[in-house]
Design a protein around this ligand. Sequence first.
Ligand SMILES: [Zn+2]
Length: 288
Amino acid sequence: MGTRTYKSDEFDRFSEREARKREWYEREMKKKRQALAILIGMGLAAIAVLVLIIVFLVKLFSPKDTAEVENNLSKTPSGEISLVDNQTDDAIYNAGSGSGTFVNSSERGLIVIDAGHGGYDSGCISATKYEKDIDLDIALKLSERLKEKGFGVYMTRSDDSFVGINDRADLANKCEGALALISIHQNSSDKTSDEGVEVWTSKNDENEQLAQLIVDEVSGRTGAINGGVKTKDNLVICSKAEMPAVVVECGYLSNKREAQNLSDEAYQEKIATAIVSAVDTFIPPKSK
Ligand SMILES: [Zn+2]
């Protein structure tokens, strides 16, 4: 029996040793698991901080209206991308007297004129001229003719400076009681035979009414083909403006003959006079 006891003792001691070993092993494993959890936690925290830093940097260096511009990114069927474009440098615009509210004191109310493009943004290009220059030439003539009719005029740009696409409507919206926003552009197409005047706007009765008046007058007075009114909901300037707003595509710079006309002072005067005539109908003089 002694042998058994001996065996049993030895077995008990062996079991105790095993139990201690197992305890030790479990403690070690627990420590390792805790260390691993802390490590994973720290890793996740580091990733989160990194992501936050990246988001902050992206926000800091991207333009204000990126999402909005992205939403509006598309081409007009005629190929003029600038109206819904992805111009980004909002920060460097210079719109003359553009800051603060512009208060009108004219007898017939205020019209906002927006000469397309400007600065490093040339718009489309004819053989000899940039669109931005023709846009400004016509816009300045339009301004003079409107003032002669008793309207007040605010121009989003009156020289060769860049104005961001989203700032244009913002500037117009800052003009108290502005009655209309007229944006001047020139068209372009891969088909060099394309020609004629078109007026673009976003769907709304007043916009479409003003657009129709302008396209008919310009076509009637210049003899350009009447391309009619085109509506598009994501035209930034028209959908953001809080007043009737239209984009006049006076003609195609990709068409050689029309490009020559559009650079001609007398032809530009006809366009300006035609637009004034349309505005005169749209906003009749107050009866005394
Ligand atoms: Zn343009």
